[in-house]
Design a protein. Sequence first.
Length: 79
Amino acid sequence: KRPAWLRAILATNRAHLRKFGHAMVLRWKPTEPQLKPWQIQNCGSKSKDQCDRENERENFNWEKHLQMMEYLESPEQFS
């Protein structure tokens, strides 16, 4: 079950999208592997969980670029 704060954000976004006729893209699972070999190497002896946490923000930001590219290149021909 999603937390209340997340459901509230998604409901607000959904209302905005419907009001203005926009589309929304959600990626519920990030592309794997999240950690690149150079990130794992930089983490040294840290645990995988700790390494994931330290690189999560940067990797999720790159994930947004990948998501946008896939959206624009999709067969539905969004613009």
